[in-house]
Write a protein that binds this ligand. Structure first.
Ligand code: ZN
Length: 145
């Protein structure tokens, strides 16, 4: 494996051991609970908003290192984004994750989610990486409804 690959693996392991923004807070503007039964991952994602801007993402959950690290990465990426921007970053991440390794996540737009790019080669793990992002998307959709 390349040096970059092991660096990314280290980031994923570090985030799974030392999660960011984990723990739900009162007063969320939207939230969603999602499960990935094939792996046993569960995550609840909360959006805390200032108008149309994400103030904070909080989350809680359990599961594999990839799903848990992905939640931390999302929670660090989202604050300061508009809801439209968050929606488009989620779509970009999904495109990369479904590309079977052909499309690298764009680091400028997706931050540390670039570390999850290699996961897209492993179909069974794509759902793990996507789970928190699916939860955020679902929360957004229900807020808009
Ligand atoms: Zn998993």
């Amino acid at each position: 494996m390349s040096g970059t690959g092991s660096l990314y693996q280290e980031l994923i392991l570090d985030l799974s051991r030392h999660p960011r923004a984990k723990g739900l807070h009162d007063g969320a503007d939207a939230s969603s609970h999602q499960v990935n039964p094939t792996c046993g991952d569960e995550v609840t994602v909360q959006l805390h908003l200032d108008g149309d801007v994400v103030r904070a993402v909080r989350w809680d959950g359990e599961g594999c290192a990839i799903s848990q690290a992905s939640a931390s990465i999302l929670a660090e990426l989202a604050p300061g984004l508009t809801l439209d921007d968050l929606g488009s970053r989620i779509a970009l991440f999904r495109t990369a994750m479904r590309s079977k390794g052909r499309i690298e996540p764009d680091e400028e737009l997706l931050g540390d989610a670039v570390a999850l790019g290699g996961v897209s080669k492993y179909t069974a793990r794509v759902k793990c990486a996507m789970l928190p992002w699916v939860a955020a998307e679902d929360a957004l959709a229900h807020r808009a409804a």
